[in-house]
Each structure stands twice: as structure tokens, then as C-alpha cells.
Design a protein. Structure first.
Length: 167
């Protein structure tokens, strides 16, 4: 609950800052475009997005898939039972393996405030892929937007990524 209050406070602070004091500086979309914080839950994972998101059925096999007018979020789950010793890997090792297995030779894992992620640009789309380790699985929560919108969305993606809770 405390984490939710911090997220809401940060979103409100950003909105007040952008709408009130410096209208010519646009770091994130305005509150009408972002929406109100909303909790999305699916067996084993909980995250805060906004009421502008809707959950869709994934045709590509994602565990969860959420879309809004300005971005999308996909969730992947990799059970430890899929590979011997997977549960013994750290988040840094896991995300490094994800990067290597996808053939991304020019991407390095990043860490900000104990959140492990990588950023990738592909055909006008930027993705921020955050990894989490649960009791029985690794999770990847990937935030996607147009590359041109990425500077406006990056801080919001970090806030949403920080809200993720996995079992």
C-alpha cells in the first residue's frame, strides 16, 4: 500500500509540475492522456498502470498484454521448471541471458535502483524490458512506445516498472 501511495504521489507531482509551472517543458503527457493510476492483477503479478489501459488477449502468447493510446505493456513469464538451474540465476544473469539469446550484441543490462532492464529500438519502436524474480519464475515486463515518444514516456515507464510485484 505504501508503494502505491508513493507512485500516486509521484504521478500527481509530475502532473502538477508539468501543467502548472512550466507548460513549455513537456517531459510526460498530461494527466488527461495518462489517466488515473489503476492496479492490474493477473495470477502471480500485480502492476500499476492507468485507467487508460485495457487488457487484451495476446495472439503471440504473452502472459498478459495491456494497451493504451500512447503505449503498450507486455508481460512474459518463464517458469523455473523450463530449465535446470534457472532458479539459481540472479536477475543480472537472467537479463544478460535474455539479451544474448535474442542476439542483441549491442545492448547491455542496466540497473537503476535495483531494477534490472534493457532498452531496445526496433523499426520506430522503443522497448524498456524490466526483469523480476519470483518464487517460481522470472518475469519480464516490457513497456513499448514510439521511439519519438520515448523521452516523454521513460520516467513513467520507470514508475510503472517500480510498481510491479511478483509472487
Amino acid at each position: 500500500m505504501k508503494k502505491l501511495l508513493v507512485i500516486i504521489s509521484l504521478l500527481l507531482s509530475c502532473s502538477l509540475f508539468l501543467c502548472g509551472c512550466f507548460p513549455e517543458i513537456m517531459i510526460v503527457p498530461n494527466n488527461d492522456a495518462i489517466g488515473e493510476p489503476t492496479i492490474f492483477e493477473k495470477d502471480g503479478i500485480k502492476l500499476i498502470l492507468t485507467d487508460k489501459f485495457i487488457e487484451k488477449e495476446s495472439e503471440l502468447g504473452f502472459y498478459a498484454y495491456y494497451v493504451s493510446d500512447c503505449c503498450g505493456v507486455v508481460v512474459l513469464k518463464e517458469d523455473f521448471s523450463l530449465e535446470k538451474g534457472l532458479e539459481d540465476r540472479s536477475l543480472e544473469e537472467y537479463i544478460g541471458n535474455v539479451i544474448a539469446n535474442n542476439g542483441y550484441t549491442d545492448i547491455e543490462p542496466q540497473n537503476q535502483d535495483d531494477l534490472w532492464f534493457y532498452v531496445r529500438d526496433d523499426n520506430g519502436t522503443r522497448s524498456y524490458s524490466y526483469s523480476y524474480k519470483g518464487a517460481n519464475a522470472f518475469w519480464i515486463v516490457q513497456f513499448l512506445c514510439m521511439t519519438s515518444d520515448a523521452p516523454m514516456m521513460e520516467d513513467l515507464f520507470y514508475l510503472w516498472a517500480d510498481s510491479v510485484e511478483v509472487e
